[in-house]
Design a protein around this ligand. Structure first.
Ligand code: MF3
Ligand code: CO
Length: 263
């Protein structure tokens, strides 16, 4: 069953999403070369508390931290640790928070300092993939239209989409129906309706789409150990069309959120 949200509920989700945006902005500003991912997690926890919100990931199925920090060949669910960020690292940062009973979930991938051209291209394609999917999030379409558009775009750029992890409906629970794959066939799946709120989250790899899970039972890495990027936003389908609650409405809005972090 796909829970549809009323206008009032979407307004609540907007409020939670605004808090998440602030957390992302402030966390980004605090990133320095040599910082550990655990220090980032501690900072994120304080920022979430300062918003009078609660971290959505901590304790979720036993997950030990507030954020996921996935570096280079790590795709998603990297656990914050004593690992220090170094120049050229590709950091995917995934954060979820709960406010007023609603969950907001988003992820960004940024390069620390500088990055190779291929890494910048990978980040750009991953972000664009989200907007390609969002453009298909309209009444009259089916979920498969959205999934297919993302896959088609990413593969046309020579990259791959991860199959083993997918986006999801979101609301009172972080993971609600439907699952939102970044691959699929047009015309398939449930019809999209006003009131649906989806976390679109393209996970894009430079090489093959195959992934492994590390010994820690969480960290997802590319099997070929090539780079991966992750971009996620919480998006509502309103009467006026799709509305990105946690991020920009278009690829080239909010240029302050560039792919390179000056340190
Ligand atoms: N954004 C991720 C997701 O949608 C984050 C989950 S991490 C977890 O699944 F620890 F909370 F599982
Ligand atoms: Co998610």
């Amino acid at each position: 069953m796909i829970p549809l949200k009323s206008k009032r509920e979407i307004e609540m989700m907007r409020a939670a999403a605004r808090k998440l945006k602030t957390v992302f902005q402030e966390l980004r500003r605090s990133i320095k070369i040599g910082m550990t991912t655990l220090e980032m997690d501690e900072k994120a926890e304080r920022l979430i508390e300062a918003q009078r919100a609660k971290p959505a990931f901590k304790g979720y199925r036993g997950y030990p931290a507030c954020i996921c920090t996935s570096v280079n060949e790590e795709v998603v669910h990297g656990i914050p640790s004593k690992r220090r960020l170094k120049e050229g690292d590709l950091l995917s940062l995934d954060i979820g928070l709960i406010h007023g009973g609603y969950v907001s979930d988003a992820a960004r991938t940024w390069a620390i300092g500088r990055a190779k051209d291929e890494a910048v291209e990978l980040m750009e394609v991953t972000k664009r993939a989200l907007f390609v999917g969002m453009a298909q999030m309209k009444t009259g379409n089916r979920l498969g239209d959205l999934s297919h558009a993302i896959q088609d775009y990413v593969e046309s750029c020579g990259f791959s989409v991860v199959r083993d992890f997918v986006g999801h409906g979101i609301g009172r629970d972080m993971h609600e129906d439907p699952q939102v794959p970044n691959f699929g066939k047009p015309g398939r799946g449930p019809k999209l309706e006003v009131g649906m709120v989806l976390a679109l989250e393209p996970m894009v790899t430079a090489g093959s789409w195959e992934v492994d899970i590390l010994e820690d039972a969480w960290t997802v890495v590319t099997r070929d150990r090539q780079l991966a990027a992750h971009y996620e936003d919480t998006i509502a389908l309103t009467e006026a069309g799709p509305e990105n609650l946690t991020g920009p409405q278009a690829f080239d809005e909010e240029l302050s959120d560039s792919f390179l972090i000056k340190t």
